[in-house]
Design a binder for this molecule. Structure first.
Ligand code: AMP
Length: 140
């Protein structure tokens, strides 16, 4: 599928839109979801322009998963999470709302997830969880 370079995450990557970043390197960015389905809901995206996981270069996908694992470990220790839902929606038909491939890390249970991309969280609360996750990453 043709990549829309005006999508929200593309604009976060260029700096046109703000994000509560918890991790960044030359290939991947992790930031807080602004409509979290649980406290600590974090998104991990490759910087490469790909709409869905199916469009993503396999080597970049593999590296992105390494970062997903790193962030998941930080969430686990920062929030004392007993489990983390890893979700990846590919295609609007699957419910994908932002057309730049991303992985959701949601410290919760599949049985307790809130509504998807529906309710904005309190920015101060989201910031506090971002700070905790960043502090945990700093100790890895
Ligand atoms: P999906 O529906 O799988 O494409 O997920 C997109 C996610 O991005 C949803 O969980 C939204 O809450 C989240 N989201 C939308 N806009 C922003 C934004 N500006 N910053 C952070 N997260 C966002």
């Amino acid at each position: 599928m043709a990549y829309d370079d005006q999508n929200i995450f593309a604009k976060i990557l260029t700096g046109e839109l703000p994000a509560l970043k918890v991790y960044e390197d030359d290939q991947v960015l992790a930031f807080m979801d602004i409509m979290p389905q649980a406290d600590g809901h974090t998104l991990v995206i490759p910087k490469a322009p790909a709409t869905t996981l199916l469009d993503l270069d396999p080597e970049i996908a593999a590296y992105t998963i390494q970062v997903v694992q790193k962030i998941a470990k930080a969430i686990e220790s920062a929030l004392d999470a007993k489990g983390i839902v890893l979700m990846q929606l590919s295609g609007a038909a699957a419910g994908q709302t932002v057309p730049h491939v991303h992985f959701h890390l949601i410290p919760s249970s599949i049985h307790q997830l809130g509504r998807h991309a529906a309710t904005p969280g309190d920015p101060a609360v989201i910031q506090a969880f971002a700070d905790k996750i960043k502090a945990a990453l700093a100790t890895q």
